[in-house]
Design a binder for this molecule. Structure first.
Ligand SMILES: C[S@@+](CC[C@H](N)C(=O)[O-])C[C@H]1O[C@@H](n2cnc3c(N)ncnc32)[C@H](O)[C@@H]1O
Length: 484
């Protein structure tokens, strides 16, 4: 920075890229004691005689999480500047950090700043005042045509269907496709009731279909600004409605997004586009006869799995763990063992369903055992004895109190050899099946992910269910075996 300051105007002009690099290096995500000095330096560059230097500085400033002082300086520069390009870049910087001062300028003087800047400044203010705000307990407005899309990992459709039928009477299943169930509500409901279902990955409300040919910006904006969408958003949001627009599996589509959100704002200024921490996503999904437009609550962390305090690198996808637990079904005084428990998701999901006497988690890794213990405590499950032990699964019979026929459910997502190579995965899984035969009581179940299509050699361990499931980019078999 000092060397840049001392350089001749020509050298500064040639080295403007340094400004961008420093902005990125000291971005607000990278805490540093020098951040304040960098901010002051960038502010001083806004006074530079070279338009190019000023432009690079105004681009870099928002990266540092700039605030009111920076906003004021950008607005002052806007008043002075009569260079079109500079005004355009000032507008872009104000899109990111503009707030009440920017809105005042727009209100009093209009003209120089766009409707996009106005929309973003309103969104910035709303975000700062109330970061995330979906109302889980608010009853949804009655919209007769309302359709809910539940997306799940491919292969989990039948278990999700069973979960819906067994646990709630509020929804009717209209359609089942790979990875997608369409539901209609049968009575009033709130998001908390929808999120009592644990096997779906995402839930969204279907807003409509885009035409397959011709201009799509206007139809997309009309769906987003529709009264159904506005009713849903307003009923379910605490405070101003902010949304992010995303084209799923269709690339970035920056210009389509910019055009659409400006049209939406013109049609309905109550809906504010905001790419940062917006509580809602409007998603455009490839559909069969035209793309589907959906409204999705962005609930992160997922309110269904608040117990997930710690993770291991190969943690199960929580809805998969929930699906495995449901697949296991009930058993009187269930005694459950996960030989490869990792962070404990399968055991916790099974225990949450009730009827469990004991859970036992074993894992080679001390980090995994610590994670499982932490998560178990955070799940607040009472009346279940829980033991988490750092052991090789083969040591099961050596564990105090463990004997043949003691386990009524073996539930596990074993090492799959994808992230951590396993020298003899088949051999390890063969040993697991042999041990399962010994450990399971008559009628006991084994629910597991079988990555190599291995079969038990014990004829009394019989397959009851099998389904190929997407484990996030690769397919494995989910199986239920029963000990006769
Ligand atoms: C796919 S992860 C399990 C993830 C777990 N279901 C969860 O949700 O976090 C497999 C686990 O097996 C453990 N593991 C690998 N070999 C083992 C062995 N021989 N005995 C016990 N655990 C083992 C690993 O440390 C890892 O935590």
């Amino acid at each position: 920075m000092p060397r840049f300051n001392q350089a001749s105007p020509e050298d500064r002009f040639k080295q403007v890229a340094l400004i961008r690099a420093i902005g990125a290096g000291f971005a607000s995500g990278n805490p540093s004691t020098l951040q304040e000095a960098v901010r002051q330096w960038l502010l001083s560059l806004l006074q530079d005689p070279s338009e190019k230097v000023r432009r690079y500085a105004m681009n870099a400033l928002p990266k540092l999480g700039a605030g009111r002082a920076e906003e004021r300086q950008l607005l002052e520069l806007l008043q002075k500047s009569d260079i079109d390009r500079e005004r355009k870049f000032l507008g872009q910087a104000l899109n990111k950090i503009g707030g009440s001062a920017t809105l005042d300028v727009i209100r009093n003087q209009g003209g120089r700043l766009s409707h996009l800047t106005e929309q973003r400044a309103k969104a910035n203010l709303a975000r700062q005042q109330k970061p995330s705000s979906i109302r889980l307990d608010a009853t949804l407005p009655h919209i007769p045509s309302l359709r809910i899309h539940l997306r799940c990992r491919n292969g989990l459709e039948s278990i999700l269907t069973r979960e819906i039928k067994d646990t709630t009477h509020k929804f009717r299943i209209l359609d089942i496709r790979p990875g997608l169930l369409t539901l209609a509500p049968t009575s009033q409901f709130n998001l908390r009731e929808l999120y009592s279902l644990r096997i779906f990955s995402t839930a969204s409300f279907f807003l409509g279909t885009l035409p397959t040919t011709g201009e799509r910006t206007e139809p997309l904006a009309r769906l987003i600004a529709s009264s159904e969408n506005l009713q849903l958003c307003q009923a379910l949001t605490d405070g101003p409605v902010r949304y992010r627009l995303e084209f799923v599996a269709q690339g970035h589509q920056r210009s389509a997004i910019l055009q659409s959100v400006q049209k939406v704002y013109a049609l309905c200024p109550d809906l504010l586009n905001d790419s940062r921490q917006a509580p809602w996503a409007i998603e455009v999904h490839p559909g069969d006869r035209g793309d589907w437009v959906e409204l999705r609550p962005r609930l992160t962390p997922d309110p269904r799995f608040p117990y997930r305090q710690q993770d291991v690198p190969a943690s199960s996808h929580p809805p998969l763990a929930a699906a495995m637990a449901r697949l296991a079904g009930p058993f009187p005084h269930d005694t459950v063992w996960d030989p490869f428990c990792g962070s404990g998701l399968e055991l916790i999901e099974r225990a949450r369903l009730g009827g469990v006497q004991t859970v036992l988690g074993t894992d080679l890794s001390p980090v995994a055992i610590e994670a499982a213990q932490t998560n178990w405590r955070a799940a607040h499950i009472s009346g279940v004895r829980a033991h988490f032990l750092q052991r090789d699964f083969r040591d099961f019979m050596k564990l105090p109190g463990c004997h043949p026929g003691q386990i009524s459910l073996l539930i596990t997502n074993p090492p799959l050899g994808k992230r951590v190579p396993i020298p003899n995965l088949r051999g390890l899984l063969q040993e697991l099946l042999t041990l399962a035969s010994l450990a399971l009581c008559p009628g006991g179940r084994m629910v597991w992910v079988n990555p190599v299509k291995i079969k038990p050699s014990d004829p009394t361990l019989v397959q009851d269910f099998q389904q190929t499931v997407d484990l996030g980019g690769f397919a494995c078999r989910l199986e239920l075996l029963r000990k006769r």
